[in-house]
Design a protein around this ligand. Structure first.
Ligand SMILES: C[S@@+](CC[C@H](N)C(=O)[O-])C[C@H]1O[C@@H](n2cnc3c(N)ncnc32)[C@H](O)[C@@H]1O
Length: 353
């Protein structure tokens, strides 16, 4: 269950603003939006980096794209308005403000909506410094703000620091493990400690040597860490994630390591057929600003649906998550393999199809 109200005030305000937006408007959507999304508006296009939202947009007829906010198909200075409910990640907000300066026509408007606790007031100041036109801010209620910033084509300012948002880069962790990543992925600069624990224990957990042979699914792959630690060129590997930035980074890592994989967008595996002999998963528990414990259950249901009859699924979760209980309706056999005081590793088999 998500702890965000079904329609949060910022999303409602954004939906109302969309209704009144002119032709050639663009709506930028990251995960921080509540559903249901509004009915399609034919004169407005939408871009999202979340595949679940893209599917909803498509189903309701929106003119929409799924990408890591790639704007290369749009002519420069062609948009009259850009609307954004501010995302959680600073490099992404700064990148989108920088892009607004490339995409808006002269006197075109950037609309930012968000809560004070999300940093809306400093972001709107930064946008004013970058776009150089007129500026207005309205306090809607206790925390909620609406900001309008116009672009002045005569004005020029350096880009805001977006940490080279679009750039894939090579990083390494303290053990020397190197990987390709970028802003836009959750925890993009580090190896997830739960995933490292799972990878270290995997051979013991599965009672087989690595690399894994057969059909392997990396469910919620991020930049592909679990695949990189467990696969060889012979593994029949599938990696899937909901996040466009994750899919880009994962593809780069697979290529760099000389693996071959199907890399597919999905909402908790919904576009996949299976079956897979092994499924590895460190499930998400965040959706935008909200925690979402329902996501864990959806990942368990997906793993059960996609696992072969005699296959093995390996999950790592924070030790306080009642994964065993949630898994009991999906798997006949549930074993706690290890607990390191922070994370626990659960071995699931005998899926109930
Ligand atoms: C805890 S991270 C683990 C990432 C990666 N497996 C690793 O070990 O580094 C969870 C991943 O689930 C992805 N995710 C979140 N919601 C999802 C959804 N609805 N469907 C598929 N993947 C999702 C996130 O984008 C993130 O990459």
């Amino acid at each position: 269950m998500t702890n965000r109200p079904a329609t949060d005030p910022a999303s409602s305000l954004l939906f109302r603003t969309l209704q009144a937006s002119p032709a050639n408007s663009l709506w930028l959507i990251d995960e921080n939006i509540s559903q249901p999304l509004p009915a399609a508006l034919p004169h407005i296009q939408a871009i999202t980096n979340r595949f679940d939202l893209f599917q909803h947009l498509q189903q309701s007829g929106w003119h929409s794209r799924f990408s890591d906010f790639d704007f290369s198909h749009l002519p420069r200075h062609s948009l009259s308005r850009i609307l954004l409910r501010i995302p959680k990640e600073k490099p992404l907000v700064h990148y989108l403000i920088n892009q607004a300066a490339e995409l808006l026509e002269d006197q075109g408007e950037l609309v930012l909506i968000g809560d004070k606790s999300e940093g809306i007031r400093s972001y709107s100041k930064r946008a004013r410094e970058k776009l150089g036109g007129q500026f207005s801010e309205t306090k809607i209620n206790a925390g909620l703000w609406f900001a309008s910033i116009t672009y002045d084509a005569q004005f020029s300012a350096p880009d805001l620091d977006d940490q080279n948002y679009t750039q894939l880069r090579e990083l390494s962790d303290k053990s020397g493990f190197s990987f390709i990543s970028k802003p836009g992925l959750y925890g993009w600069q580090k190896v997830d400690q739960g995933s490292a624990f799972l990878a270290d224990e995997l051979a013991m957990l599965l009672n087989q040597s690595l690399p894994i042979s057969g059909r392997l699914l990396d469910l919620g792959c991020g930049f592909g860490y679990l695949s990189l630690r467990s696969s060889s060129a012979d593994t029949q590997l599938t990696c899937t994630d909901n996040n466009a930035a994750a899919l880009r980074a994962c593809q780069a890592n697979i290529d760099k390591q000389g693996l071959s994989a199907e890399i597919l967008a999905s909402d908790a595996g919904d576009t996949l057929q299976g079956p897979y002999d092994t499924i590895l998963c460190n499930p998400p528990f965040h959706s935008g600003f909200a925690t979402n414990s329902d996501l864990t259950s959806r990942f368990l249901a997906a793993a059960a649906r996609l696992l072969s009859h005699d296959g093995n699924a390996c999950f790592v979760v924070n030790k306080h998550i009642a994964l065993e209980h949630k898994a009991s309706s999906h798997f006949g056999k549930i074993q706690l393999h290890a607990d390191n005081g922070h994370f626990k590793l659960i071995h699931l088999s005998q899926p109930r199809h």
